[in-house]
Design a protein around this ligand. Structure first.
Ligand code: F6R
Length: 237
């Protein structure tokens, strides 16, 4: 079942998403959370940090697995997704997560790294909740439009629209890595619950097409229609 919640601001989207994550962690403190980076979840993480500081929630027993990482950036690079997670969530908590994982974008053998990551997700028993954003081309994680859905963690050539969209975080478009490693659709759809946050008018068309249009690897997020428990929280502003 897919629930589409339209809210009136980025702040409300973030609070709604944080509440849903908190519900899962309160019900099962050792939850495995699939986490995302990008602008969309920043407010959600701010709210989770606030809740943790206020003693309303604890991640001490929780584990996390992130969706993706740029190829060639190690965790000390300020545009790496490991760095993003450390600065927006992990290092801001009074009590850290029991464990956190982000795919390694600098492994000498990326094939082995992809296999290791899928094994890690399997060993954790899959995720209890997967948080997602959506790219302008309909990507989730860095599963870009293509001829087929790829189930396993894999290395991907980023779509030109993704490179353009993410250039805002780098000094210039030329500095945006051209490749990334991403959890595949198997890992994402293996989550018990999926929570997608999106804001801004620019996301509205791709989101509606993903939710109400045909299921096709040309629009990767459309695969979410096959999952039994998806909540989309969208704010036009
Ligand atoms: C990030 C990720 C991407 C983003 C998407 C939207 O870990 O998996 O799919 O969620 O590119 O990014 P923002 O939120 O910056 O618009």
């Amino acid at each position: 079942m897919l629930q589409f919640l339209k809210v009136s601001s980025y702040e409300e989207m973030s609070k709604t998403a944080a509440e849903k994550i908190a519900e899962v962690v309160k019900a099962k403190p050792e939850s495995v959370l699939g986490l995302a980076t990008g602008s969309s979840p920043v407010g959600t993480y701010d709210e989770l940090v606030r809740m943790e500081a206020a003693g309303e929630i604890s991640f001490a027993k929780a584990r996390s697995v992130n969706l993706d990482e740029y190829l060639g950036l190690d965790g000390t690079h300020d545009q790496s997704y490991r760095y993003f997670m450390d600065t927006h969530l992990f290092k801001r908590l009074k009590t850290p997560f029991a464990s956190t994982a982000v795919p390694c974008g600098t492994a000498a053998d990326m094939g082995a790294e992809c296999k290791r990551y899928d094994q890690l997700i399997a060993d954790l028993g899959g995720t209890d909740l997967q948080l997602l954003g959506i790219g302008p081309d309909g990507h989730i994680g860095f599963n870009e439009p293509g001829d087929a859905f790829i189930l396993e963690t894999h290395v991907v050539d980023l779509d030109p629209s993704t490179i353009e969209a993410n250039a805002r975080f780098f000094a210039s478009q030329a500095e945006v890595p051209r490749r990334a490693v991403t959890m595949g659709m198997g890992g994402i759809l293996g989550a018990k619950k999926i929570l997608l946050v999106a804001s801004g008018k620019a996301k509205e068309d791709v989101l509606k097409e993903a939710v109400f249009g045909p299921v096709t690897p040309r629009l990767p997020a459309s695969i979410l229609q096959n999952h039994p428990d998806v909540t989309v929280v969208y704010s036009a502003t």
